[in-house]
Design a protein around this ligand. Structure first.
Ligand code: ADP
Length: 364
């Protein structure tokens, strides 16, 4: 008996064993924690008041057949502090359980499935978001196709205007799908930490150069500033880091004012970090790249949510200028993979500063 309860006490699931009079004869440690007390010797109704669970229990007492139910603690009071989802399996055990020394036992096994439920919820809301994002441009394209085939069949001028809009919407869908592919790829190997040395100064210079032409369309100057003649090395995946700075600088241009500037500052700073594996805070040299723009700025209430999928301050504006709402989500995932960190500071009418911090590569 000692040995078995030792094992059962190690389990993450809550186990309650009842005798044929619905009296509790055993609770494992997890069940005692969950219900904040040991109810051994008491009737099960002192512990569980949920009608769904009690009804299933009654059925098992009557039919001796296993019942499995999903229990959402919001519907009852299984435990005072629980707001969780449980998978509850109630079974009958005719034979003697070593654990209780009695025959005819009823075993309640409760598995907390809240994390699984949360994943399910995130996944289904993601699918709903993606469908919505794709449906809008698709509906526009279908509408104009119909117009071109019908009323505007012989109107060359309207036709070329509509084809232009359809072209823009198709590009938007393509961009969205490309970003979704990037998100799913990065998510699937987020746990693989990169091991190659990358000079961030070169990465930033290349990204700034590649976006120069786009910036010029709004007469925006990109300036890169640093005093690091020796370079700024991190362990990284070069393509992914290019993506990080492309997304951030591209946003600064997209949301930046006409005739303004973007200042990129690269530096080494000393910081109390938990970038190490053992999660302990200690001062460490960190690379910090700050991208400061002269955009209209973002109200502080939005800042914490900017990296969520499809979160936009002004959805119509973002879509109009070709945004997918995934740029900063991609940045966040790549930085997680690199054990890095994104800090956003912004104020209305004051512009924004997006700062990326990454641990410096060890000297080898
Ligand atoms: P989007 O494709 O819409 O730009 P992002 O994930 O890149 O999506 O950014 C999310 C939102 O954050 C944007 O829709 C915009 O509202 C805001 N944002 C991002 N960067 C800036 C910036 N530099 N200036 C002002 N707002 C910004």
């Amino acid at each position: 008996m000692e040995n078995i309860s030792f094992i059962l006490n190690k389990l993450e699931d809550a186990i309650i064993v009842l005798d044929s009079d619905q009296k509790i004869v055993f609770q494992n440690s997890h069940s005692i924690d969950l219900f904040e007390n040991n109810y051994t010797g008491q009737n099960i109704t002192n512990l569980i008041r949920s009608p769904i669970v009690l009804e299933a229990l009654e059925n098992v007492y009557k039919n001796k057949e296993t019942e499995i139910i999903e229990y959402n603690s919001e519907y009852g009071s299984l435990s005072p502090r629980s707001t969780n989802f449980y998978n509850v399996e109630i079974s009958y055990e005719k034979n003697h359980l070593q654990l209780t020394n009695t025959r005819d036992n009823y075993v309640i096994l409760m598995k907390n499935i809240t994390p699984l439920k949360n994943i399910e919820r995130v996944r289904s809301s993601f699918i709903a978001n993606v469908s919505h994002e794709l449906k809008t441009p698709l509906a526009t394209i279908m509408g104009f196709l119909e117009t071109i085939r019908g009323p505007a069949k012989d109107d060359q001028k309207s036709m070329s205007k509509f084809l232009g809009i359809m072209d823009k919407e198709t590009i938007r869908m393509k961009r969205l799908i490309d970003d979704l592919i990037v998100v799913s790829k990065i998510e699937s190997d987020e746990h693989i930490h990169p091991t190659k040395k990358v000079n961030l100064l070169k990465t930033i210079d290349n990204v700034a150069e590649s976006l120069k032409e786009y910036a010029l369309t709004k007469n925006i100057k990109i300036r890169v500033n640093h005093q690091l003649s020796e370079g700024l090395f991190v362990l990284g995946n070069e393509d992914e880091l290019v993506q990080v700075f492309t997304n951030i600088i591209d946003n600064s241009i997209k949301y930046g004012k006409l005739n303004s500037s973007i200042d990129i500052l690269a530096e080494k700073i000393k910081k109390q970090t938990d970038y190490s594996d053992n999660k302990k805070l200690f001062p460490q040299l960190v690379s910090k790249i700050s991208v400061k723009d002269e955009s209209e700025g973002i109200h502080p209430k939005h800042l914490a949510r900017l990296t969520e999928r499809f979160y936009r301050v002004d959805a119509a504006r973002s879509k109009e200028i070709g945004g997918t709402g995934l740029g900063l989500t991609i940045v966040k995932h790549i930085l997680n993979k690199h054990r890095g960190h994104l800090d956003i500071k912004s104020e209305i009418n004051q512009g924004s500063t997006f700062s990326v911090e990454l641990p410096i590569a060890p000297i080898s």
